[in-house]
Design a protein around this ligand. Structure first.
Ligand SMILES: [Mg+2]
Length: 407
């Protein structure tokens, strides 16, 4: 059975503003947006209210005029989309590390499939706590999120919704039916205003009363949505995550301004290219098991091949050595190497257990540090001494990403 996690920032835009400006913390604030007024005119509405404003009765979609009336000290700020998307990206970066799959559901919500990475509900609980700690470090303590863990999306979202702010609610499979019965129907993602009203006319105003209506009756009234409602009343849902297909391969190729004529030049450029591939693999938290390497000669003929490895490839030197093992026996320097391409495929989430060997363990911690440096200061923050003076480093605008094609 899958284990899903739903993470939802609390009072998102308002919290981000409070994080950015300490003078706004603890105060009733609202981030304004545009809404539809009478006769289709636009009017200013509350997009997000801070916890303090909500306590005073300020609600999302309320006109700012009305909000000011019930809460005169309310501070209304214009929205700053760039600020919010920066924080959203931090959430996604953190979650990508831990999730088997991720669906960004809205600006401030993600669903994670953690079935493999967490193994069980105990693991999922620890994972949720880890993510929460990393979120706090990356986004600041004013940006809290509520997390729900459950066997499906419907219940995970109900769970995160049930404790705010900063909640962590884990619903074990055996407790799903009982937990769901405690939630109001309007909190169900899939029961909108219209459905809620229609259900009311059938006598269903709560989970208990909804359960009393037969599946046949629900289907007769709501068609296929009726079958979903009948399941939802018992906390059953099998909606899959909407995820983008992950990259199937990561590669770089490069055409040199002048043909390479020596073994040394080919090797050091191959190494520099492999470092770029490794860097992108590390950003995507994947390792790979297959390498494809090829060279194109000055006369446009091509030589290369691919090889499958038992040990995961994760660092530039490892990738370069593997690629070299394909190229070295056959390469003909006299023809001049015009282009080199390296691609790693058979990608897997980087969940391979840490090696028992000291030497590789050491290397992995170094790689982690180098990766952090690169994330902070850019791709060219460091380079191997061997690759100093490689032509591709001098012509960074010439990067090719032409090997991201699906395998
Ligand atoms: Mg939210």
């Amino acid at each position: 059975m899958p284990i899903l996690m739903h993470i939802d920032f609390n009072s998102y835009f308002a919290s981000v503003e409070q994080q950015a400006n300490p003078f706004l913390r603890g105060k009733a604030i609202a981030v304004g947006g545009k809404g539809k007024g009478l006769g289709g005119s636009t009017r200013s509405v509350v997009a997000t209210a801070s916890r303090e404003a909500k306590a005073r009765g300020v609600k999302t979609a309320m006109s700012t005029w009305e909000a000011k009336k019930i809460c005169p000290e309310l501070i209304i700020l214009p929205g700053d989309p760039q600020k919010y998307s920066d924080i959203t990206n931090r959430l996604i970066t953190i979650c990508t590390k831990y999730a088997d799959q991720l669906e960004q559901f809205s600006t401030d919500e993600v669903f994670l499939d953690v079935t493999q990475s967490a193994q069980d509900y105990f693991g999922a609980t620890l994972l949720a706590q880890t993510i929460r700690a990393e979120l706090k470090a990356a986004c600041g303590s004013a940006c809290t999120a509520s997390i729900g863990v459950a066997p499906n999306k419907l219940v995970a979202k109900l769970a995160s919704e049930s404790v705010k702010p900063n909640g962590l609610t884990v619903v074990l499979p055996e407790n799903v039916a009982a937990f769901v019965a405690t939630r109001p129907l309007k909190e169900f993602c899939g029961i909108g205003r219209q459905t809620e009203r229609a259900l009311e006319t059938m006598g269903a105003t709560s989970v208990a009363t909804l359960r009393a209506i037969s599946r046949e009756q629900l289907v007769a009234r709501f068609k296929s949505h009726g079958a979903w409602l009948s399941n939802a009343a018992h906390g059953k849902d099998n909606t899959p995550l909407a995820v983008d297909a992950p990259a199937k391969s990561i590669g770089h190729s490069y055409t040199f301004p002048a043909n390479l004529l020596t073994k040394h030049d080919v090797w050091k450029n191959l190494l520099a290219l492999s470092d770029r591939v490794a860097s992108r693999m590390q950003h995507g938290y994947v390792v790979g098991f297959r390498v494809n390497a090829f060279v194109r000669y000055g006369d446009f003929s091509q030589m290369g091949g691919d090889k499958l490895f038992k040990e995961p490839l994760r660092d530039g030197l490892g990738i370069a050595k593997s690629a070299w093992s394909i190229l070295l026996p056959n390469i003909d320097y006299a023809r001049g190497v015009r282009l080199i391409g390296v691609t790693v495929s058979a990608l897997q989430k980087n969940s391979v257990p840490p090696s028992l060997f000291r030497k590789t363990e050491k290397m992995h911690s170094v790689l982690g540090a180098l990766n952090t440096i690169q994330k902070r200061f850019g791709q060219h923050a460091w380079q191997r001494a061997t690759t100093a003076g490689t032509m591709l480093l001098e012509r960074t605008s010439g990067w090719h990403y032409d090997h991201e094609l699906a395998a």
